[in-house]
Write a protein that binds this ligand. Sequence first.
Ligand code: PMT
Length: 223
Amino acid sequence: EKGQSLKGKHFIVTSGGTREPIDPVRYISNASSGKQGTAIAQSLLNRGAKVSFIYGASDVPPPAGVDAIAIGSAQDMYDAVHRALPADGAIFCAAVADWRPKQAGAEKIKKKHDGTTPSIEMVLNPDILKSVAELDQTKRPALVVGFAAETENLVEHARAKRQRKGCDWLLANDVSPETGTFGGDQNKITFFASDQPEDWPKMSKSGVAEKLADAISKHFGDA
Ligand code: PMT
């Protein structure tokens, strides 16, 4: 029965966009709406799972029934994810900023009146997905699922990303502006459970979530 197939299982789901402060009133972020991550959390809940939903900036509220943890920056998301462990599975749908401004000013950066502009030095953020995929067997969730947001050479880039990050499954989506993947209601996934890509048809984000939750239920032996 769908309603109970993941009962007793704990999942971490990341969703939305991170915000990397420049100063107290400015940040660097991205166009993630949180719709895909929210739909995945809902589909896992529908199967009886307990869900720790760790989310950044989003256009939609977290689903009722999750343990909802709101975060700001990538470092906040990293800390929240590691605090939410242990888990049976972890799904990394958030659009995490790869870099952050090296120094977030304590005061608002003043506009100069001589025509000069500030330059922002960036440093690398921790890779949350990779840090979880690399945990030793006693701490690593049994199933670690990543996403790949690509604008070109999707299959090659996604295959390499799955290897590099050490995740079990990877859902690659084309996020070129004309696709409307960021922020829209539909998604087109190329799914990797191995090096072999499996093309899913274009469908609603809740359709993608259901298909993923079905595969997860099957993986845990209860479908
Ligand atoms: O939110 P929506 O508007 O519904 O759009 C959904 C989506 C396009 C944001 C989503 O489907 C998606 O592709 N999410 C991943 C976005 C992303 O950051 O992709 P990436 O290729 O840069 O990262 C690869 C993976 O590593 C992702 O699972 C990401 O969550 C994770 N990551 C990346 C960087 C980082 N520092 N830590 C991470 O955990």
